[in-house]
Design a protein around this ligand. Structure first.
Ligand code: MG
Length: 149
């Protein structure tokens, strides 16, 4: 078995989409980034590469490469999933830390989106949401832990 963890932070700015786990969430701001800025998916990708000891998101999909500009991070996640060799995903546990908007209505769509892209049952995917007690209004943070077997 292998365990991996991932972490990501993106600045929130006006004029960008807020994409979390591949789900577009209505908000007056979104994630700055070279790709779509999906911090949750980036954390999951790092957890997958960490579990197999194969670098990180930046080494596989460098943000200096124009071919990744504006790309859906789900495309990168599907590619990362294909690089696990003989390992399968036992479960994925994630946390999104964001002051607003409230994520409760989007938790299940996000779980389904991640599970579909990873080709695993949604029961193996956990998405939890926390606020920042108003200490961090202009950033989104995501954490992920994955178990492979
Ligand atoms: Mg990122």
């Amino acid at each position: 078995m292998r365990i991996g963890t991932g972490w990501d932070l993106h600045r929130l700015v006006e004029g960008r989409r807020l994409v979390i786990g591949g789900v577009d969430i209505p908000a007056p701001f979104g994630e700055e980034g070279h790709s779509d800025g999906d911090a949750l998916v980036h954390a999951v990708i790092d957890a997958l590469f960490g579990a197999v000891g194969d670098g990180d998101i930046g080494s596989h999909y460098p943000d200096t490469d124009p071919k990744y500009r504006g790309i859906s991070s789900l495309v990168l996640l599907a590619d990362a999933r294909s690089r696990l060799g003989s390992f399968g995903i036992v479960n994925l546990d994630t946390t999104v830390i964001l002051q607003a908007p409230k994520l409760r209505p989007y938790i299940d769509p996000i779980r389904l989106s991640l599970a579909r892209t990873l080709d695993i049952d949604p029961s193996r995917v956990s998405v939890k949401a926390k606020t920042t007690e108003h200490l961090l209004e202009h950033a989104i943070i995501a954490q992920a832990a994955v178990l492979l077997a």
